[in-house]
Design a protein around this ligand. Structure first.
Ligand code: ATP
Ligand code: MG
Length: 444
């Protein structure tokens, strides 16, 4: 066996049950919170036409330039990547897909659409803690509303969810106003002019970006570039009254809801489709580059960018990283725990005819316990009773239920408490089938 083959693709991982359970808890809680606000699930394909992403995400964004997993949709007769067909990409995010799907279905007929999704996203980034090539997001979109109430609602929904997950105190909300496209274009020009004057002092990457994407220079980590960037023209100075009023209204609604938002003029978000409100939930006291768990904002221009006609369809949304939320929970409230079933069913067997009868009784016992809502793991590894009990303790179940010859004869089962501290009654009791589930529950 080639060991190399057993390893997953770089940046992607196998998730054991203990961690998978945490991820599912996050996803379930998120879905519950979003449903409470009237959002409903939409599912879109994981594969999209590559061309769909270029404009909304930004032709010169890292995402589009180098981070998408892209291949040809056709294959040759020998199954290789063919020449014909069209280029398709694994989705790096889902907002563009949701907007596309709604446009395809002709949105607007039923008024404002509130949608949520949860699923895998793919970005060919350098893998590191909190940054993977396959990761998972849940997110919500409000499509068809230009009301500041929509922006505030999304943020309120996040706040409620963090509270449900008991990580509210570990997160900060940052907010910024990106204005409208024309205001950003004007700022971009001024920024490019400014950086051109300092071109010789900038690092090579930043110099290359002056014409294509001067905003990215503001994110540079090079000390001298950072110094220069600190005095660069500010977008805030280009914003007109309408833009300012809109985001101020969002802020006022948040304040009224008791949500503290920190002003962050450096918050630009990676993607091109945003305007006006942008926000991010980041981990407090954490300066790592992967400290954001959730980001979003308004994207009124997106539908037009992907060919939805000239008419603007106002919209806003957010996406959260499920792994990052789960990691935060683990750090705040302790690491992964084993995901033990409630009951390990020990089936005594001595060999011979009696075994068949015991096995049949074990099946009846398992049925009764499952019908009462307990998770039952029936022994399949053979072995005598003490070996089976040993396995039960490795699995960390709270109770083992033993079915042997006597139990089968009495239509009963023996419950053995496997935890640290036995309940006052006793460590081991025999209960008739009719009382078994209730007695088992009491011990758990
Ligand atoms: P970052 O600044 O951390 O790269 P981003 O701005 O690229 O994040 P978004 O596109 O806004 O991220 O996605 C929303 C959320 O998805 C992020 O806040 C983060 O929690 C999560 N996320 C993004 N990229 C990754 C990744 N490669 N691995 C794991 N989670 C990710
Ligand atoms: Mg990123």
């Amino acid at each position: 066996v080639k060991e190399e083959l057993l390893r997953p693709v770089r940046g992607m991982s196998d998730v054991p049950p203990s961690r998978a359970r945490r991820l599912r808890q996050v996803e379930d809680a998120a879905i519950a919170a979003m449903r409470r606000f009237g959002y409903r699930e939409i599912r879109t394909p994981i594969l999209e036409k590559t061309a769909l992403f270029a404009r909304p995400l930004g032709e010169h964004s890292d995402l589009v330039e180098k981070e998408m997993f892209t291949f040809n949709s056709n294959n040759d007769d020998d199954g290789d990547d063919g020449k014909g067909g069209e280029k398709v990409s694994l989705r790096p995010e889902a907002t563009v897909s949701v907007a596309r799907a709604l446009l395809a279905q002709g949105i607007g007929r039923g008024g404002v659409a509130r949608m949520f999704y949860a699923g895998a996203m793919f970005r060919r980034e350098r893998p590191q803690r909190g940054r993977y090539r396959q990761f998972h997001q849940f997110g919500a979109e409000v499509v068809g509303s230009g009301d500041a109430e929509a922006d505030a609602e999304l943020i309120t929904m996040c706040r409620d969810l963090w509270r449900d997950l008991q990580i509210g105190d570990a997160l900060d909300l940052q907010i910024n106003n990106l204005g409208e496209a024309a205001e950003r274009a004007r700022h971009r020009e001024k920024l490019a002019d400014y950086f051109r004057r300092y071109a010789d002092d900038l690092d090579a990457d930043s110099r290359r970006r002056i014409d294509k994407n001067p905003l990215r220079i503001l994110d540079s980590k090079e000390p001298r570039t950072k110094e220069i960037a600190a005095n660069a023209p500010r977008l805030a100075d280009e914003l007109g009254a309408d833009s300012r009023r809109f985001v101020d209204e969002v802020r006022a609604k948040l304040a009224a809801a008791g949500i503290a938002a920190k002003e962050n003029p450096a918050l630009v978000r990676g993607l091109d489709y945003y305007n006006l409100t942008v926000f991010e939930w980041t981990r407090k006291n954490d300066a790592r580059a992967q400290n954001a768990v959730c980001g979003g904002g308004r994207y009124d221009g997106l539908t037009a960018q992907i060919g939805g006609g000239d008419k603007k369809i106002p919209a806003c949304g957010f996406a959260a990283g499920i792994e990052r939320v789960a990691e935060l929970i683990a750090e705040e409230h302790g690491g992964d725990e084993m995901d033990a079933p409630d009951v390990y069913l020990v089936v005594g067997a001595e060999g011979g005819d009696k075994d068949e009868k015991i096995a049949r009784h074990a099946a009846v016992v398992a049925d009764a316990l499952r019908a009462a809502g307990l998770d039952v793991f029936r022994n399949l590894d053979g072995g005598n009773i003490s070996r089976q009990l040993h396995r039960a303790s490795i699995k960390r179940v709270k109770i083992a239920i033993i079915v042997g010859e006597d139990e089968a004869a009495q239509n009963a089962a023996t419950i053995k408490f496997m935890g640290e501290k036995a309940p006052p009654d006793s460590r081991q009791i025999r209960a008739p089938l009719a009382d078994l589930a209730a007695a088992a529950r009491k011990m758990i």
